[in-house]
Design a protein around this ligand. Structure first.
Ligand SMILES: *Cc1c(COP(=O)(O)O)cnc(C)c1O
Length: 406
């Protein structure tokens, strides 16, 4: 009997868990404090963290900063995104992808996603391109890569930059290449919910030296610390932010990086195992990773067709929770373009878009809306065991077989 009807829960053992921070973090923190400075430019740890991250990604440059939101804003800032420029972006992402666009007085143009990978599609991007498009800002959602080859081809054809928001996608491979290294700038977050944590933090990686130097300045009030005298240092020529990372975060980040490949490897393996066990269930769509790609499963999003399961994702999710599987019903609730900030008058007066030209309303991205209405978010953790995955899959099968009684 299903647990929601009083049967025994399917999951009887606790999920695997573990400590994220340990002796290495503590040792580096002590070393950082012993420097007698916590300022990135005087100390060693933010530099070492950025160098190690660049090395892991095989990139010449990395700038560490205060958040993933800061990383996206910095990327757009150094690419000279300005008033009236359009930035194509998916509607299923974090506000951190959108804030930088608005602070540059640019216009977010939302393009729809794929119903199975949940990533922005090349077709939707192509339809959204106009002569004002300056950047395609991709989110590789939940560890899963966007379809980069056709997107890069579109960008080249139209002379548009590509910024990759990889906040949810560490060590994610698109056809053998790490995402974050394919577009012009890759952006990451080390907030406490990501694959690795520095409490808060972010990084930009890039190949272009001029973009790198501009990003260092953008995150440090425009002060040019490459300069050799104070006057030169304080010749500020662009409006910048203070998005600096402090040495304590750099120290923790450096220690966290050593675990990152293992974390992503585990999550990738566990997510793939779940897909293997729940493929072929009528009315249930697994989280698709296209052939040749590797997801590092920040989470696992499946979809429940309400025509096949009475009560849809809400009822299915409740049933899963009752079986002892800690899922969330839905993901971000609603598409970002329905957020109230786009509909208040002050916003419209300050930002260069007209409601008519950019109707931020329900119906704008139908697939994204359908995905959000049908999805269940299953957490994946690097400490989960194969048994945990078997139990998640087993509970899903149990509910599917008893769907008539939901
Ligand atoms: C977490 C996240 C961000 C923002 O990161 P913060 O460090 O919280 O500012 C941006 N984009 C995406 C896709 C995210 O998941």
């Amino acid at each position: 009997m299903l647990a929601i009807h009083g049967g025994d829960p399917y999951k009887t053992t606790p999920f695997g868990s573990g400590k994220r921070f340990g002796g290495k973090e503590l040792a580096y923190l002590e070393e950082a404090l012993a420097q007698n400075t916590l300022f990135y430019s005087s100390g060693r740890f933010v530099k070492r963290f950025a160098e190690a991250f660049a090395g892991l990604y095989g990139m010449p440059y990395c700038v560490a900063m205060s958040s993933g939101t800061a990383a996206v804003h910095t990327a757009l800032g150094v690419l000279d995104v300005g008033p009236g420029d359009e930035v194509i972006v998916p509607p299923v992402t974090d506000m951190g992808s959108i804030i930088g666009i608005l602070y540059q007085n640019a216009v977010p143009v939302f393009a729809d996603i794929d119903p199975h990978t949940y990533n922005i599609t090349p077709e939707a991007i192509e339809r959204a391109i106009t002569p004002r498009t300056k950047v395609i800002l991709l989110t590789h959602l939940a560890g899963n890569p966007c379809d980069m080859d056709p997107i890069m081809a579109l960008a080249r054809q139209h002379g548009i930059y590509v910024v990759e928001d990889c906040a949810q996608s560490y060590m994610t491979y698109y056809k053998g290449r790490l995402v974050g290294t394919i577009g012009d700038i890759g952006c990451f977050s080390t907030n406490d919910f990501k694959h690795i944590s520095t409490g808060d933090g972010g990084m930009c990686i890039m190949r272009d030296q001029a973009l790198y130097e501009a990003a260092v300045l953008f995150t440090d009030k425009g002060y040019n610390r490459f300069a050799t005298n104070t006057l030169q240092m304080r010749t500020v020529d662009r409006l910048c932010m203070n998005y600096r990372m402090a040495e304590l975060q750099g120290a923790v980040g450096l220690a966290q990086l050593e675990k990152l490949p293992w974390i992503c490897e585990q999550r990738g393996r566990l997510g793939e195992a779940l897909t293997e066990r729940i493929t072929g269930i009528d009315g249930l769509s697994p989280h698709r990773v296209e052939a040749g790609n590797r997801s590092s499963f920040w989470f696992y999003l499946l979809r429940i067709d309400a025509n096949a399961f009475p009560g849809g994702n809400a009822r299915f999710g409740e049933a899963l929770k009752a079986e002892g599987i800690p899922v969330e019903i839905g993901y971000i609730g609603r598409c970002i373009y329905t957020y109230a900030l786009f509909h208040n008058g002050a916003m419209q007066a300050h930002f260069p878009y007209a409601e008519d030209a950019f109707p931020y309303r329900d119906g704008l991205c139908p697939t994204a809306e359908q995905v959000l209405a049908e999805c269940i978010k299953v957490p994946i953790n690097e400490y989960y065991t194969q048994q945990d995955i078997e139990d998640i899959a087993g509970a899903i099968h149990k509910i599917s077989e008893a769907r008539g009684s939901l």
